[in-house]
Design a binder for this molecule. Structure first.
Ligand SMILES: C[S@@+](CC[C@H](N)C(=O)[O-])C[C@H]1O[C@@H](n2cnc3c(N)ncnc32)[C@H](O)[C@@H]1O
Length: 272
């Protein structure tokens, strides 16, 4: 396990994932019944962009730091939350900030140090449970949540070449255990063939109601670069397609590079 999210915090891929995550959780909160968020690959929870690993890569310069200077309406809920939380929030801090009194957050993180950091961060928050455990295995062990409503965020590091295979299996398993749950799975767009294979597998999975929201900085010709990323959503809340298009288009306007092939695509893979 070499991947440390602190080196990448606040980059364009985080902005994409976190802006959509805010919308998804706020959509769940539109109904009064309590919900649970399961974050299977949680990271360290929050990141200092002004010291440590983030300053070594400076990836946030072309992500959240540029975005904060040119905010536009569809991104305001995300940017307002980032501003309010101070340090750059990872998915656990974002989810925790959006919980209502009876909602819950469960985070899994396999890296000892990041899991310990998370435990410390949420030590006084009874609504948040932290597990130092395998996130894939948690899909079997922790689903369905007792609330029978909720969101499962799956955000693996993709340092293992089999990660897309794990993702397809994990989504199928998770969906079998929690059919009404909203599943959001982040994926990198490096090599187009790999992404196409993943989307075909999901189209052929028999799971209904799937949308893929994709954000491309450039045509994915160089597989060594993170050319873009996607969020595959099962059981998307009402009007996700429209909201995701607006959010990602605003993001592209703000931080797009102008390179050939940049763009946004929100595609329905399976009908309701
Ligand atoms: C992309 S980062 C997560 C970022 C976080 N979701 C966010 O948005 O702030 C992926 C994390 O998964 C952790 N990880 C890797 N394999 C894991 C596994 N099998 N189970 C749980 N966590 C894992 C890594 O240590 C890393 O912190």
């Amino acid at each position: 396990m070499n991947y440390r999210h602190a080196f990448h915090a606040g980059n364009f891929a985080d902005c994409m994932k976190h802006a959509l995550l805010v919308w998804l959780i706020e959509a769940l909160a539109r109904k009064p019944a309590p919900f649970c968020v399961l974050d299977t690959h949680a990271g360290a929870g929050q990141y200092d962009l002004e010291s440590g690993p983030a300053t070594r890569t400076r990836e946030a310069d072309a992500g959240i730091l540029r975005l904060q200077a040119v905010a536009s309406e569809p991104l305001l809920p995300y940017l307002t939350l980032v501003h309010r939380l101070g340090l750059y929030p990872g998915s656990p801090a974002i989810a925790a900030a959006l919980l209502r009194p009876n909602d819950r957050l469960v985070c899994c993180e396999r890296h000892d140090e990041d899991a310990a950091t998370l435990k410390q961060l949420f030590a006084r928050d009874p609504a948040v449970a932290i597990h130092r455990r395998d996130g894939w295995e948690a899909l079997r062990a922790l689903l369905p949540p007792k609330e029978k409503r909720g969101l499962v965020l799956i955000d693996p590091p993709y340092e293992d070449t089999e990660e897309f295979t794990h993702l397809v299996a994990g989504l199928k398993l998770g969906h079998t255990r929690f059919r009404t749950g909203v599943f959001a799975a982040w994926y990198p767009i490096k090599r187009l063939a790999q992404v196409r294979q993943f989307l075909t597998a999901m189209r052929d999975s028999g799971i209904r109601d799937i949308v893929a929201a994709e954000f491309l900085l450039r045509e994915p010709l160089d597989p060594a670069r993170l050319n873009g990323c996607g969020l595959l959503v099962i059981n998307p809340p009402y009007q996700f397609d429209t909201a995701a298009t607006a959010i990602l288009t605003a993001l592209l306007t703000a931080i797009g590079t102008g390179e050939p092939g940049q763009g946004v695509a929100v595609t329905r893979l399976a009908d309701e």
